[in-house]
Design a binder for this molecule. Structure first.
Ligand SMILES: [Zn+2]
Length: 440
């Protein structure tokens, strides 16, 4: 099997220890040696990457993104202007962007039309190019809906949503999603209701537990979107394995997470982009302080959870116009440094080793150690002193996925606007008589 020697660099191995000079030898999809410079014995025909002056580190693991959404601009577009075959084709193109941005593994909790398992298998068996993938099918919603509110029908399915209306329904659809190939079951535990502030818990304790029990009986974990403290506590008690967002945590809920061994992927990136850059693209204008308030409140308790030993993962929520594929996969680590007060090395461990939890590949990926899979980055610059480097694609000298270097020289994959796939308004404004008669 072909060997690849990466020599002369300094190693950030993903376990949290300080960078050190080391050579790394890959054979096929395995790290077979990590040693002091010049000491690693390799085959005479090994390919050689000179990492002098650079950092060698594990590939990034994005524990929460939506690979089938194609950088969507609205719920209307996502639920009513998309088509399954085109969703699969655009996904295949977008996956290349993830690799180009250093993401060698990702978890997608819910997929448009439930195409996730087919996409995963297409990657695994070499039909299309992409990072390692673990996936849900669709997200389970109650009839109250989720973040799309009234766009979600009273029953049936639309886009990435499957509506469940009773405990029996919950059990049936949990089992069906597993039959269809889901690695994870996704519960949309909170939703928006007109006239109410924030997101409310829209599942009963019995419904949450029914899904967790049915999934766990078949060896499948459960993840839940929770944007309130009550929803996180209910999901943790029901047995959910991974909480997405976990906004506004309370000390009791942190303790429950410790007691249950629950992991969390706060996914600040979307909010952080909205707060810092939203107005550039006409989003969240005038609401930056609101978004920053949520980030700050959640981050303070997330730090308490981190210190209590709750595993914290990095997710970018890529797939939306505010978080396009290939652009923001290092942003979460930057937020962890700035808002949680983690050191860059601690943040990197969240974005590498801890991500293996979402991939259900703990001990297989996420660190540079002998016996691990061969997902490796060679980075120009030191992210242990400036974490922002990991969000700058131009700094990735090499991205190695499954032991094979990704071609970083090809043109950036992109497509033009696909007719029918975007929402188009008849007009930006309402044509009143006064507006029409306004002097130039
Ligand atoms: Zn999400």
């Amino acid at each position: 099997m072909r060997e690849l020697l990466i020599s002369g660099g300094r190693l950030i191995d993903g376990t949290g220890v300080a960078p050190r000079p080391a050579d790394v030898l890959l054979r096929g999809d395995e790290i077979v040696a990590v040693g002091d410079p010049g000491t690693v014995v390799h085959a005479p025909d090994a390919t050689h990457i000179d990492a002098a002056g650079k950092i060698v580190m594990p590939g990034l693991i994005d524990a929460h993104l939506h690979c089938t959404f194609d950088d969507v601009q609205s719920n209307d577009e996502l639920f009513f202007h998309r088509e399954p075959t085109m969703a699969a084709l655009t996904t295949a193109q977008n996956l290349q962007k993830l690799l180009r941005a250093g993401v060698t593994s990702f978890m997608d909790p819910d997929t448009a039309f439930g195409i996730g398992p087919a996409v995963r298998d297409a990657i695994t068996y070499g039909v299309i190019e992409g990072p390692r993938m673990k996936t849900g099918y669709q997200a389970l919603f109650t009839a109250v809906g989720g973040t799309a509110g009234r766009l979600i029908p009273d029953s049936g399915q639309v886009g990435y949503a499957q509506v469940v209306n009773s405990v029996d329904d919950v059990i049936m659809w949990t089992r069906r999603h597993i039959k269809y190939g889901a690695d994870w079951i996704k519960i949309h535990a909170t939703g928006t209701i007109p006239g109410h502030q924030g997101e409310l818990l829209v599942w009963s304790a019995d419904e949450l537990k029914a899904s967790c029990d049915a999934a766990h009986e078949l060896g499948v974990p459960v993840t839940a979107h929770c944007r309130s403290d009550a929803s996180t506590l209910a999901a943790v008690r029901a047995g959910c394995d991974l909480i997405l967002h976990a906004s506004f945590l309370s000390p009791d809920t942190v303790q429950a997470m410790v007691d249950h061994g629950t992991a969390v992927c706060p996914t600040f990136t979307f909010l952080a982009n909205l707060a810092d850059y939203g107005p550039i693209v006409g989003a969240g204008v005038g609401q930056a302080d609101l978004f920053r308030g949520e980030i700050r409140a959640t981050a303070a308790m997330m730090r308490v959870a981190y210190d209590a030993g709750v595993p914290i993962l990095c997710g970018s929520e890529s797939g939306f116009a505010l978080t396009p594929y290939g652009h923001w996969h290092g942003r979460e680590m930057e937020v962890f440094v700035n808002e949680l007060g983690l050191s860059p090395l601690e943040a990197i461990t969240c974005g590498t080793r801890n991500g293996a939890i979402a991939m259900r590949m703990e001990g297989e990926i996420g660190t540079i150690e002998v016996g691990r899979k061969a997902d490796v980055l060679v980075v120009d610059g030191d992210p242990s002193t400036d974490i922002r480097i990991l969000n700058d694609k131009s700094r990735f000298a090499h991205v190695i996925s499954r032991g094979i270097p990704v071609d970083l020289d090809r043109p950036w994959p992109q497509h033009e606007r696909i007719p029918g796939s975007k929402v188009s308004n008849w007009a930006d404004e309402i044509l009143t008589y006064d507006l029409a008669r306004q002097p130039e």
